[in-house]
Design a protein around this ligand. Structure first.
Ligand SMILES: Nc1nc2c(ncn2[C@@H]2O[C@H](COP(=O)(O)OP(=O)(O)OP(=O)(O)O)[C@@H](O)[C@H]2O)c(=O)[nH]1
Ligand SMILES: [Mg+2]
Length: 371
C-alpha cells in the first residue's frame, strides 16, 4: 500500500484519559497496518482478528507489550497497559508516523474523512466518502480549467446547490412540533422517533419540558422537538406558573427552529386562514380519523399518527422535501459536493467574484485545493 494512504489514519483513545488497568487506542482509516508497523513491524503481515500479543518498540526501545486486534484493513484496536506515560509515548509515535506521511495536498479529502463519524445520516456518510475519494477535488479542478465565464457560473451554481443539499444530509434539521394542547404533538413525536418516548394522554397539558430526539424524515436526519401545548392558564391558577414555564420553553424552541410543524386537532379546532401562516411553518391537521364529515381546509396535510403512524411520517417527509426543495434521493454516487463551511465559503467567494466579472474568480478555488 502506498505511503500516501497513511494520511487517512486517525488515532483516538477510546478509554478515559488518566491511569487505568488498560488503555484502548483505535486506529481507523486506510493504511492502519502501515501506521502500526512503526511500532510493530509484524502488523504488515499479521492475519486479521485477534487479540494478538505485540511488543511495541520505538527506536529500539520496548514501549509496551500490548494486545492488538486487527478488525479490518480500516480499523485496528490496540490494548495497552493503562499507564499515562506509556500511552503518551505510543500516541506520540503513532501520530508522528501518521503526520509524517501527511505531506501531500490532501486536506480536502482528509477533512471529509475526519467529518465522517459526525455525519448525521447514511446519505451524509456516503457523500463524505465520495469527497474523501476526490469527487470535489476533481470538480474544482475541472471548474478552474473552464475558460468561458458563463459556463463556469453554471457549474459553480450547481456545485453550491449540491452543497446546500448535502448539508441537509450531514446536519440534522431542527424540527419543532407546536400547537394547542391535545393536538397530538407527542403522538406524532413518538411516531417520528419510533418509540414511546413522550407521555401521551387525553388530559390536556401532559407535556411540559421540551423533549428532543434524533429522527429521520425519509433519508433526511432531523432533531425532533416535542413541546408543551398552547393554552391560556392564569398565572395564579393552580399549576399556572409551571404551565407558563412550559409554554415559554416551547416559544424558545420554536424561535430556534429550522422548521416548525404546527398541529391542529382536526376534530377540535379550525385553523385560521392560511394567509396568516408564518414562514418556515407547515400546518398539519392531526387526529384526522376523528373528523366526521371531512377534514377542515387550510392545512398542508391530514394525518392520524395513532391509526397510521407510517403515513403520518411519510406525509411530513413529503412536506419537508417540498419546503426545502430537496431532491428525491439524498445521495447520488460520485457526486461532488462542498461538504463543510470552508469549501462552501470558497465557492461562494468565487461566485461573487465571477458575478462582479473579476478575472481572479478562480483564486478562492485554487486556494481551497491547496489548503
Ligand atoms: N384518534 C386519535 N387520537 C389521537 C391521535 N393523535 C393523538 N390522539 C389522542 O389525543 C390525545 C392527546 O394526544 P397527545 O399526543 O398527548 O397530544 P399533545 O398535543 O402532545 O398534548 P399536550 O402535551 O397536552 O399539549 C391522546 O389521547 C391521544 O391518544 C390520532 O391521530 N387519532
Ligand atoms: Mg404532549
Amino acid at each position: 500500500m502506498g505511503r500516501g494512504l497513511l494520511r487517512f489514519v486517525i488515532v483516538r483513545q477510546l478509554t478515559a484519559p488518566g491511569p487505568g488497568g488498560v488503555a484502548v487506542l483505535e486506529l481507523s482509516g486506510a493504511g492502519v497496518r502501515e501506521a502500526l508497523a512503526a511500532l510493530w513491524p509484524a502488523a504488515l503481515g499479521a492475519p486479521r482478528g485477534g487479540p494478538r500479543l505485540a511488543r511495541l518498540e520505538c527506536a529500539g526501545e520496548l514501549l509496551d507489550e500490548a494486545l492488538v486486534w486487527i478488525e479490518s484493513e480500516q480499523r485496528v484496536e490496540l490494548h495497552l497497559h493503562g499507564s499515562p506515560p506509556v500511552v503518551a509515548r505510543v500516541l506520540a509515535a503513532l501520530s508522528a508516523r501518521v503526520a509524517a506521511a501527511d505531506t501531500e495536498p490532501s486536506i480536502l479529502e482528509q477533512r471529509a474523512w475526519e467529518l465522517l463519524p459526525h455525519a448525521a445520516s447514511e446519505a451524509g456518510a456516503r457523500i463524505l466518502l465520495d469527497q474523501r475519494d476526490g469527487a470535489l477535488r476533481r470538480e474544482l479542478e475541472a471548474l478552474c480549467a473552464v475558460a468561458d465565464d458563463e459556463a463556469a457560473a453554471t457549474s459553480l451554481a450547481s456545485l453550491l446547490e449540491a452543497g446546500r443539499v448535502a448539508r441537509f444530509a450531514l446536519v440534522p434539521t431542527r424540527v419543532v412540533l407546536v400547537g394547542p394542547v391535545n393536538a397530538g404533538k407527542s403522538t406524532l413525536f413518538n411516531a417520528l422517533v419510533g418509540a414511546q418516548r413522550a407521555i401521551v394522554s387525553p388530559a390536556p397539558g401532559a407535556t411540559r419540558d421540551v423533549l428532543s430526539e434524533r429522527a429521520q424524515l425519509g433519508e433526511w436526519p432531523i432533531q425532533a422537538l416535542d413541546t408543551a401545548g398552547e393554552r391560556s392558564v392564569p398565572l395564579d391558577a393552580v399549576g399556572g406558573e409551571l404551565e407558563a414555564r412550559g409554554q415559554q420553553l416551547a416559544r424558545e424552541s420554536s424561535a430556534e427552529a429550522d422548521w416548525i410543524v404546527r398541529l391542529w386537532a382536526a376534530d377540535a379546532e379550525l385553523p385560521p386562514p392560511a394567509a396568516s401562516r408564518p414562514p418556515r411553518e407547515v400546518w398539519v391537521a392531526s387526529r384526522a380519523d376523528l373528523c366526521v364529515g371531512g377534514a377542515p381546509g387550510g392545512c398542508d396535510a391530514y394525518v392520524s399518527a395513532v391509526r397510521d403512524p407510517r403515513d403520518a411520517v411519510a406525509q411530513l417527509t413529503r412536506l419537508f422535501v417540498r419546503d426545502h426543495a430537496l431532491p428525491a434521493r439524498a445521495w447520488r454516487a460520485g457526486t461532488a459536493a462542498p461538504f463543510d463551511g470552508s469549501s462552501r465559503r470558497a465557492l461562494e467567494l468565487a461566485r461573487s467574484l465571477l458575478d462582479a466579472r473579476a478575472r481572479n474568480w478562480r483564486e478562492p478555488l485554487l486556494e481551497a485545493l491547496r489548503r
